[in-house]
Write a protein that binds this ligand. Structure first.
Ligand SMILES: Cc1ncc(COP(=O)(O)O)c(C=O)c1O
Length: 375
């Protein structure tokens, strides 16, 4: 088969239906494109979905993380520990507030922060921990929280990839501390661009609501600002799409679980590692499907071969500390986080979304089989 004769298979695709379209149209026709009723309704539904008392919608997952840094009081001279095996936003948020990101290494199986490495990275300057649930797999929340409590550090969970995941039987977002969410179109649900912060604390929620809205106070008029804030609001068109998406959250999550299970079946017997299975404490929400190639296999060659067949792949995820701006700014180099670096060299995302058909999954796996044989 060649790309010329077959449809290409993209890495991800949002699932938008007629109900989503209607809800968005309703907002457009209402004329209330921002600060209307769709935002609070989306927030109410999100807080129900994740079991958090409070949810504040914001303009992106990055904005959500940034606001959490402000809330944590992170500033110049502080250190914020996070995972190198993540999307850059989970480290950048600390830099925005003048702090230094400190990378602790990950566990080779979960690809999430290794609590032992986090404990070893703590210094008197550590202000916060950004714990990521990478690829939707819950991080070691209890252990990480115990470390934070012991040292008086603020725990922020970057659950941007993990809507619907559960830790020790309870949904991420319901564990009390600050958690951030993202709704870019490759995520479990989308608002186009968008994000949210959830928390059990009414005071934290109130502060986020003010900070996202240019520092306005609940009591102040439009041109009165009680603190330095940002425009990180989510508009109503985006929120309406989010409402539609949340109405189908269970179906979306189930479809993604089914698509992942199909891949895991089809990939059995190939010389690669498939994603870690759930256990009693960790229930993944499927964000991407990432395989780990054996050492010595030329990943670029595999990706090029799949690309030639119209199949999307990505080298998920590069280690953040080795990005050029991180090297230049902080002098980070190879060897800082060997487990993350090894994962970064071998992991690869293959096409994955809620409506990936069996035929497409089979085509991806056949192409991958051929590419591995050739490599
Ligand atoms: C782990 C993680 N954190 C943060 C973000 C940032 O979200 P956004 O792209 O909405 O700013 C993402 C998005 O890809 C992510 O995967």
């Amino acid at each position: 088969m060649t790309a010329a004769t077959t449809q290409s298979i993209g890495l991800s695709a949002p699932w938008i239906d007629e109900r989503d379209e209607e809800l968005v149209l309703d907002v457009l026709r209402s004329g209330r494109l921002s600060l209307g009723p769709a935002g609070p309704l989306f927030e109410e539904r999100l807080s129900q979905a994740v079991g958090a008392p409070h949810a504040a919608a914001v303009s992106s997952g990055t904005a959500a993380l940034h606001l959490c840094m402000v809330l944590a009081g992170v500033g110049p001279g502080d250190e914020v520990i996070t995972s190198p095996y993540s999307f850059v936003a989970s480290a950048n948020c600390a830099i925005y507030e003048g702090a230094t990101p400190v990378f602790a290494d990950i566990d080779p199986d979960t690809l999430n922060l290794d609590p032992g490495a986090v404990a070893a990275a703590i210094t008197p300057r550590t202000k916060a921990l950004v714990a990521v649930d990478i690829f939707g797999y819950p991080c070691e929340l209890d252990e990480l929280r115990a470390i934070c409590d012991r040292h008086g550090i603020v725990l922020v969970e970057d659950s941007c990839e993990a809507l619907g995941a559960r830790y020790k039987g309870r949904p991420l977002g319901s564990h009390g501390h600050l958690a951030t969410w993202a709704f870019y179109p490759n995520k479990q649900i989308t608002t186009g661009e968008g994000g949210a912060v959830t928390t059990a604390s009414a005071a934290e929620h109130e502060l986020i609501v003010s900070l996202r809205n240019q520092g306005r106070l609940e009591t102040s008029s439009w041109l009165q600002h009680g603190r330095l804030g940002f425009n990180y609001r989510l508009d109503d068109v985006s929120a309406a799409l989010g409402i539609g998406q949340l109405e189908r959250l269970d179906a979306i999550l189930q479809a993604r679980r089914d698509a992942a299970a199909r891949y895991t079946d089809l990939l059995a017997g190939l010389d690669l590692e498939t994603p870690l299975a759930d256990d009693a404490d960790h229930e993944r929400s499927w964000f991407v499907y990432v395989v780990k190639l054996p050492r010595g296999i030329d990943r670029n060659a595999v990706m090029a071969r799949l690309g030639a067949e119209g199949i999307g792949t990505a080298p998920y995820l590069p280690s953040i500390h080795l990005q050029s701006y991180m090297r230049e700014r902080y002098g980070f180099a190879e060897g800082l986080c060997p487990v993350s670096e090894d994962a970064s060299a071998r992991t690869m995302a293959i096409p994955f979304h809620a409506r990936l058909s069996r035929e497409d999954a089979e085509r991806v796996v056949e192409a991958l089989r051929a590419a591995l044989e050739a490599a």
